[in-house]
Design a protein around this ligand. Structure first.
Ligand code: SAH
Length: 252
């Protein structure tokens, strides 16, 4: 594992003006459209996924494994793909985006080293699956999504699943969500060309950020840890994500 240290002074990018802040989105559970019942369906498929894809590949955080066993992944995808919900692969969601492979979701979440008291920030709400996982493992979760329709659907499902510790915003997540900063954990679920400076600034001292950084096709999964002296970077392996758009991403 390659590691290095750096400080934000080396990254000369101006701070985001106030009007770049994402706007709040307030939606109610009456907007739920899915007809899928919430039940213990797919329990067996979920257990098989946990054993073969998550535990067998070395994820060992019992809280992460427990949350993955619990969350009904099949509700977060298009009903037409329901039989693939627990496959060992990423799955397409609306707006040409993707729900990450279960192992990658587990690996990234484990890398955040969550104990239950954290305030977490997610960039890229997408289907809301990763958001639900964070909600199981943290005190509260703030998640920013660029595409309004995705955020709206995620809000409806997360309400239906009775997650009360999640706040969603629509906007450019590369500028973070400064109103609630600093965050103990930040996870970026889309690929960035560089480390977005606002996210580094919004990371608490002692906090961890997990983010894929690299080219449009392939990236390296990085864990950034902030301590009193600055930032420490570890490379956790190769990965492939959809592009992080926006001001400190690939542009719009
Ligand atoms: N965590 C999601 C994965 C979503 S894929 C899940 O569990 O389903 C990545 C998401 O990042 C997409 O929904 C995409 O619209 C979003 N995204 C891309 N650039 C963004 C930005 N600048 N701010 C917020 N969201 C962004």
């Amino acid at each position: 594992m390659k590691t290095k240290r750096f400080s934000t002074q080396a990254l000369c990018v101006r701070a985001a003006p106030d009007n770049d802040r994402p706007s709040p989105i307030g939606l109610t559970s009456t907007e739920v459209k899915s007809s899928q019942p919430i039940s213990s369906d797919f329990t067996w498929a979920r257990e098989k996924m946990a054993q073969e894809q998550i535990i067998a590949r070395g994820v060992s955080d019992a809280r992460v494994i427990g949350a993955i066993r619990k969350i009904p992944r099949h509700l977060f995808i298009d009903p037409g793909l329901i039989n693939r919900a627990y496959d060992d692969s990423a799955l397409p969601i609306a707006e040409k985006q993707a729900l990450s492979q279960p192992y990658m979701v587990a690996r990234m979440t484990e890398a955040l080293q969550l104990f239950g008291e954290e305030k977490a920030l997610e960039i890229g709400t997408g289907s809301g699956y990763q958001t639900a996982l964070l909600a199981e493992l943290c005190f509260n979760v703030f998640s920013v999504e660029k595409i309004r329709a995705l955020s709206r659907n995620a809000r409806a499902l997360l309400d239906r699943l009775a997650y009360h510790n999640i706040a969603l915003h629509v906007g450019d997540g590369t500028i973070g969500w400064s109103d609630h900063a600093p965050y103990d954990a930040i996870i970026v679920t889309a690929a960035a060309p560089n480390l977005p400076r606002p996210l580094l600034e919004q990371l608490a001292v002692g906090g961890r950020m997990v983010i894929p950084v690299g080219g449009a096709q392939n990236q390296s999964l990085l864990r950034i840890t902030r301590d009193g002296a600055g930032f420490h970077q570890e490379e956790l392996g190769d990965c492939r994500f959809v592009k992080l758009l926006g001001k400190y991403g690939w542009g719009n």
